[in-house]
Design a protein around this ligand. Structure first.
Ligand SMILES: Cc1cc2nc3c(=O)[nH]c(=O)nc-3n(C[C@H](O)[C@H](O)[C@H](O)COP(=O)(O)OP(=O)(O)OC[C@H]3O[C@@H](n4cnc5c(N)ncnc54)[C@H](O)[C@@H]3O)c2cc1C
Ligand SMILES: NC(=O)c1ccc[n+]([C@@H]2O[C@H](COP(=O)([O-])OP(=O)(O)OC[C@H]3O[C@@H](n4cnc5c(N)ncnc54)[C@H](O)[C@@H]3O)[C@@H](O)[C@H]2O)c1
Length: 464
């Protein structure tokens, strides 16, 4: 039998983490291969995550504005979603992005092997083709898959995942959304805006539980105002299915509630896609849910094997997956003076409308750590530019260190919060103070200008 081909660096998975790790590894002179077993190349972000969801959310936002044009004194008759056309546009856009990634993967800078891989020992992968390859270093970037938690009846019924919702070419009559995380909230609003009756059932007291109560309350209110029937703080008793659709019974506010819908959308989270990778043969340790344990250089319990992206966490966010993949490649190549991924700059965006975005420290983290801070916030419904845009939901909140006013974090809920939060990215990275930010020019009238009000308030607190 032929000797297995051998590489310096092998990426298992060619998504955001794996592709970017490979790109950097090659640039550092490592003989590199990417192994990906997907029928379609591109990874979650391009094919079934960020890009298709944001394409559809934007279309739904345009429809929403058209339907509420009278707020601006406009008459737009008959605005509705032609889902076949919406879907065709999404497919065209995504095909372009996927094609671009396909070209990058097949450009010959590294070997691309189309196969599923599993470890048979710490340096050898067995491929679904039957071949074996060997590596000096590995990067596991196998992503995540939809979770099916033990909700009574859930495993016995046919549910949609985000994949099916992103592929809809019709307007469903009614959808029961399970979960109140980012996927649930973004896509519940999309469904509601295209004309579906949406019920959302969420376990925690608030939707978007990773965010502050203030922030999630604003989004929750906006979703309810648009007509989504939203139940938070529930406990599901049973879900069942018959020819007419699904029914759910749950506890809410001390009552037993029953609802019916034509379809059920499972948005109860995702789990690391690591089963079947033969991690035990390689000595790679995981948490009970399959999440790969890593150190700050992305090394697993077997130091020449790295992991990055959704399979290792701690966040399921594309720019983090990319940064982790790149760091792993540099570490494997022996680059000196590296810095770990800096989670004190964590940037998070929820693409609901209003959007919810945070950067840096959250108030609850500072409180938990006993860190003193100054804070100030300002509402969108008192800001000229947002008032003229009828964008009245939300606020900007800034947190700063009390001595010099160094920015510690910011939270924005409101129109285009995902764009506005970037006003704080560079200042936070450069450890700027509120006074540094106020020295910069701010054009009038812009949405971004709203940021100056809490900054000025903190500057005043510093004087006092
Ligand atoms: C609906 C939705 C919307 C999202 N929106 C956003 C957003 O707006 N912004 C954001 O930052 N994040 C968003 N995310 C999260 C983001 O998409 C993920 O965090 C990111 O794509 C993960 O990248 P990855 O490289 O870890 O995994 P993936 O991109 O999933 O790549 C994993 C690759 O590994 C391959 N693979 C798996 N197992 C094997 C094996 N055994 N052998 C060989 N190959 C294998 C797969 O085929 C796949 O190509 C969204 C997610 C979802 C579901
Ligand atoms: N805008 C973005 O950046 C973006 C968009 C979409 C997804 N993502 C990423 O994808 C990841 C997955 O998102 P998600 O929304 O699928 O997951 P999630 O973990 O954020 O949300 C899952 C929801 O299901 C609920 N849940 C879980 N188990 C339950 C049970 N047994 N009973 C009742 N409720 C239960 C949780 O309370 C939570 O509300 C996120 O971590 C996110 O970072 C990011």
């Amino acid at each position: 039998m032929a000797k297995p081909k051998s590489y310096d660096f092998i990426c298992i998975g060619g998504g955001s983490a794996g592709f970017n790790a490979a790109r950097v590894a090659v640039s550092l002179g490592l003989r590199t291969a990417v192994v990906d077993g997907a029928r379609e190349l591109g990874g979650l972000c391009i094919l079934r995550g960020c890009m298709p969801s944001k394409t559809l959310l934007y279309a739904a936002e345009v429809l929403h504005h058209s339907r509420h044009a009278e707020r601006f004194g406009l008459k737009v008759a008959g605005a509705r979603a032609d889902m076949k056309a919406v879907q065709a546009r999404k497919k065209r856009i995504i095909a372009d992005f996927a094609q671009y990634r396909h070209q990058a993967l097949t450009a010959g800078r590294f070997d691309l092997i189309r196969a599923q891989a599993r470890f048979v020992d710490p340096h050898t992968l067995e491929l679904s083709s039957g071949k074996k390859i060997r590596g000096r270093h590995f990067l596991i970037g196998t992503g995540s898959k939809v979770a099916v938690p033990p909700v009574p009846g859930l495993a016995d019924i046919k549910t949609w995942t985000s994949d099916e919702v992103l592929n809809l070419d019709f307007v469903p009559k009614s959808v029961l959304v399970l979960g109140g995380g980012i996927v649930a909230c973004e896509l519940a609003q999309f469904l509601n805006r295209i004309g579906t009756k949406v019920m959302l059932v969420q376990r925690s007291r608030n939707i978007l539980r990773d965010h502050s109560d203030d922030a999630s309350t604003v989004v929750q209110q906006a979703l309810a105002d648009e007509g989504i029937e939203l139940f938070a703080g529930t406990q599901i008793n049973q879900i069942a299915q018959d020819r007419r659709g699904v029914s759910i019974t749950f506890q809410h506010d001390g009552r037993t509630v029953t609802r019916r819908a034509a379809h059920c959308f499972n948005a109860l989270g995702r789990v690391p896609n690591t089963a079947g990778l033969g991690l035990e043969s390689a000595g790679v340790k995981t948490r009970p849910d399959g999440q790969i344990l890593i150190n700050r250089w992305q090394q697993t319990s077997t130091p020449h094997i790295y992991a990055a992206g959704d399979c290792s966490g701690p966040h399921e966010i594309v720019h983090i997956a990319i940064a982790q993949g790149e760091l792993a490649a540099r570490h494997a190549a022996g680059v000196k003076q590296l810095k770990p991924v800096d989670f004190s700059l964590l940037l998070n965006v929820v693409f609901t409308d209003p959007q919810l975005a945070t950067i840096g420290a959250l108030e609850r983290d500072l409180e938990a750590r006993g860190v003193r801070y100054l804070k100030a916030s300002y509402p969108f419904n008192d800001h000229g530019k947002s008032i003229l845009m009828e964008a009245n939901y939300g606020y900007v909140k800034v947190l700063a260190e009390p001595k010099r006013g160094r920015i510690l974090g910011a939270e924005i809920v409101g129109k285009d919060a995902g764009e506005l939060i970037h006003c704080f990215s560079t200042p936070l990275a450069l450890r700027a103070t509120v006074r540094d930010m106020l020295r910069a020019p701010w054009y009038h009238p812009t949405l971004a200008e709203i940021v100056t009000y809490p900054l000025e308030e903190i500057a005043d607190q510093l004087k006092g």
